[in-house]
Design a binder for this molecule. Structure first.
Ligand code: ACO
Length: 383
């Protein structure tokens, strides 16, 4: 069956580059001014002054919460933090060879299938499901890392904020305030970024009227790829490779050689470049400042040196700037997370953006179903 709707040759927008597919009120990415607004607020201001919980509320509801609204939201979120027995059992069934993103994807699906409002996609049910998933995912990510280290799950603490509790569940001890601040900043910066690949995936799935957890599960699959969220993990592999080669000697020199070889082999350098920002990612300066704080806190100037050397090498060789994953990877490494857990941290944060978009899509839904231009064999028949 041909999909052609016109006799003139259709224009193909490979990768949907430059195509505007819908409107959104949730965030505005402006590559010209290098800025990112969440519901009108510059993300840098939010990262400097707000908790991740406040920003989540803003992204879902359109305005920052009043103190009463925040207290009510925090109460619901804190009550939903524990790892449910059926979710833990499902995680335990997965082999330790499974990537932590596969664990997240499975957990999101199990959480959805067992949600009391599983088949209810009303605005109220979806709002509740979003908060429940937001509350539940940190325990999944933290437990999965712990089981890989041969450690037991750490029960959630309801006396701590989201970020402090996340770190507590991951490491079994309270993190220093500076570390909590840097983690909070990373969660805010990762929370939302308009029609990126995983968010668009969530909107496509939602457009079929599938449920919220199906859309989030698909979005997690899209985020796993190295061209998207998987890049924060890939950045750390690059850093580890260079650090191992340098072995404490002439780090900058090793960076230059590594980069020259990688570019000569036509490799993509993970953590650099962006489909929308061509002149630098608006989130990088804020995340880099958080990384600088962590480099100081953990006394790892070598990581700072490596970061700067690779950034300036890429600027010189290709004029390509870092994206958010570049400073986020080493920041999570310094905090003590396993490299394979970095993208699941991104998931925990981006649940907010995905679910905000799922709810927005449903407000004025239209099935997302583009056309394709057939270029296979002409009609033929069996002999
Ligand atoms: N390293 C080396 N070269 C690069 C890089 C990079 N990281 N990024 C772009 N280029 C080059 C390409 O090779 C291409 O060169 P050419 O024209 O000589 O062939 C040119 O720049 C354009 O690159 P495209 O891949 O066509 O640009 P696109 O807009 O499709 O890609 C993307 C954007 C996928 C992010 C790309 O820059 C990339 O692969 N980066 C590495 C992966 C990464 O860091 N992803 C994280 C994205 S941000 C996020 O998810 C938070």
């Amino acid at each position: 069956m041909t999909e052609s709707v016109s006799t003139t040759e259709p224009q193909i927008h490979k990768g949907l580059a430059g195509v505007v597919v819908d409107t959104t009120r949730i965030s505005k990415v402006n590559p010209e001014s290098n800025s990112l607004l969440y519901r009108g607020y510059p993300v840098q201001e939010l990262a400097a002054r707000c908790s991740f919980e406040e920003v989540a509320y803003l992204l879902w509801h359109g305005d920052l919460p009043t103190s009463t609204q925040l207290a009510e939201f925090e109460q619901t979120e804190r009550a939903g933090r524990q790892l449910l027995p059926n979710v833990k059992a499902a995680i335990d069934l997965l082999p330790l060879t499974a990537h932590p993103m596969d664990v997240c994807r499975t957990a999101a699906s199990v959480i959805g299938a067992s949600h009391p409002a599983a088949e209810d996609s009303s605005p109220a049910a979806n709002q509740r499901k979003s908060v429940d998933l937001f509350a539940a995912m940190p325990a999944v990510v933290a437990y999965d890392q712990r089981r890989r280290r041969g450690q037991d799950a750490v029960p959630a603490r309801s006396d701590l904020g989201y970020s402090a509790n996340f770190l507590f569940m991951a490491f079994g001890e309270e993190a220093a305030p500076e570390v909590v601040t840097a983690f909070n900043v990373s969660m805010i910066l990762y929370a939302e970024h308009s029609f990126n690949a995983s968010t668009f995936t969530a909107r496509v799935i939602t457009s079929t009227l599938a449920d919220l957890h199906s859309a989030v599960t698909g979005a997690i699959g899209a985020l796993k790829g190295a061209l998207h969220g998987g890049a924060n993990e890939a950045v750390m592999h690059t850093f580890e490779e260079i650090l191992a080669q340098a072995d404490g000697q002439d780090l900058s020199g090793h960076v230059a050689t590594w980069l020259q070889d990688a570019l000569a082999a036509k490799k993509k350098i993970m953590g650099f470049g962006h489909r929308v920002y061509k002149n630098g990612d608006s989130r990088v300066p804020t995340m880099k400042a958080a990384l600088d704080d962590m480099v100081k806190h953990y006394n790892r100037p070598d990581l700072g040196e490596l970061y700067d050397a690779l950034e300036s090498g890429m600027a010189q060789a290709k004029n390509i700037k870092p994206n958010l994953d570049y400073p986020a990877g080493p920041t999570y490494h310094l905090m003590g997370f396993d490299t394979a857990t970095f993208t699941p941290l991104f998931v925990a944060s981006r649940i907010v953006g995905w679910t905000a978009h799922i709810m927005e899509q449903l407000e004025a839904n239209s099935l997302i179903r583009p056309l394709s231009l057939y270029n296979g064999p002409e009609e033929r028949h069996l002999p």
